[in-house]
Design a protein around this ligand. Sequence first.
Ligand code: OOG
Ligand code: MG
Length: 263
Amino acid sequence: MKLDTASIAALAEQLEAAELGAQATTKITDAYPGLDWDDAYAIQDGIRRRKEAQGHRVIGYKAGLTSRAKMQQMGVSTPVFGLLFDYMKVPEGSNVDTGALIHPRIEAEVAFVLKRPLRGPGCHIGSVMAATDFVMPAVEVIDSRYQNFRFDLQSVIADNTSASRFVAGGRRVSELAGLDLRTLGIVLEKNGEIVALAAGAAVLGHPAAAVAMLANHLALRGEELPAGSFIMTGGITEAIPVAAGDTINVRFQELGNLSIRFT
Ligand code: OOG
Ligand code: MG
């Protein structure tokens, strides 16, 4: 399917209205069952144009559905890519207002910051490591704009991969030679209780593989990851629902802790 410009704009507007009004909407493939990946990314681009017209900026990128735990939880089998806008960044140690969100869930992720641009095709873990300035812990708050958090790949791509809020902090590590991101453990605690644990290899065998995939995906569209890019590589465990009053603490082996409180 090749969606016309007017429908792309209308769907971008529908999804942004759901986000801003914190009101879930219907899956867009219900109305457009023939929607393909290119259509879905075109709608995501439509959201980007709306945000930029409002004065917002893209400050990073995200890969999602990169771990088996996430794929199983959401019933899909392919990673997706989205954009992080300036207003999504929450300072470490501050609160997230659930009143502005629909049904938030949190994810523990490893984030990369590049010192050199990365351009596909052909990017692999080695090229990512060579272009990386440092890695740091991140917690993403996802909030699907779809009813009951249910979607298919096209719908979630169009919805900017449920991107909503994120915190990055902890320890920045540039000495990547001494850090095995595959065996790096994370322990996710909600209100003081352990709710999930896993190691970095859960993300495509190595979190850097998600950055490589993103660079190769952008290359198909004639884009690259510029130097300085901030990239989240996807939830290592399944996502955990949160509500007002909850405190999340993630312990990242070697990289420190990251906490986030919901009000
Ligand atoms: C899609 C976004 C998934 C991740 O880290 O896997 C994601 C979703 O599950 O709503 O951000
Ligand atoms: Mg995520």
